[in-house]
Design a protein around this ligand. Sequence first.
Ligand code: NAD
Length: 304
Amino acid sequence: MERTLRDRTVLVTGGAGFIGRKLVGALVDDNDVRVLDDGSTGEPERLPDAVEYVEGDVRDADAVDAAMADVDVVFHEAAVVSVAESVEDPARTNDVNLSGTVATLEAARRHDARLVFASSAAVYGRPSSVPVAEDDPTDPLSPYGLQKLAADRYVRMYADLYDLETVSLRYFNVYGRGQRGGDYAGVITAFLNRVREGEPPVVHGDGSQTRDFVHVSDVVRANLLAATTEETGEAYNVGTGASVTVRELAERVVSLSGADLSVEFGPERTGDIQHSEADISKARAALDYEPQVDLSEGLAELVE
Ligand code: NAD
């Protein structure tokens, strides 16, 4: 099986964002790479020169269709990723996260392009047990999670109905250099930013909640494997299969930074899930996916 992507025309929606830019970086030497991004949270100025940048919105079917010309594989990363924003404005975020995905699927269908979708562990909501597997119940807790779940189903439905080659990748908590702080997915960055300012990191609740933090380079690797797999029409968890408590994470960030700070505790956040950890056996078996950066290594790189 061909495991690398070469000499193809590739579209990355949301390619100016945190994960998209890393993906573009891994593709650009061997492929023609086009990025479609509206620049809302992305940083197109940080894209390599060889990339064809198209400023446009995934809600605009004509713009997506034009960007899909001659494309062999589309990586659909564009989304409003803020859970809080989805609670604030379900209608607008639904337009981007769900209708934007259907528009991208339609264009992929017209141009017969394989589509790899950035789904999320948010589809599971509060898992009944961990590690959580792909066929475990899905019960999202936010409009964001519900939008990702519906999009994830559409992606697989396009494989069944139209024989389109599609793969959904359910990312767990992604981290790495270049991530914006503040939001939940960026908790590591948020801790680091606080510590750099000489302030203690703030943990919401008692910090006993667990998360599966996956390094962005492993997420990129999963995308490249999904682009070439024969096992399409499926959803795969992309995590590490291990988890850490948020309290321990905060302590590790402090100690790696060599700062003389203790961890601060703030009010629990409504809708926060207690435990999250991926069962990655399906991705291991079908995609040959094996995470390569463990948390200690990933944190050390970030603190440097
Ligand atoms: P990001 O915000 O850095 O990237 C999203 C990109 O999409 C940005 O460049 C933004 O400008 C662009 N975008 C937003 N709305 C758009 C629109 N209407 N049209 C075109 N472009 C638009 O976020 P990220 O962390 O890189 O996330 C990438 C994908 O991975 C998203 O689909 C997200 O839901 C998913 N995901 C991320 C995580 C995580 O932990 N970061 C976890 C699970 C899933």
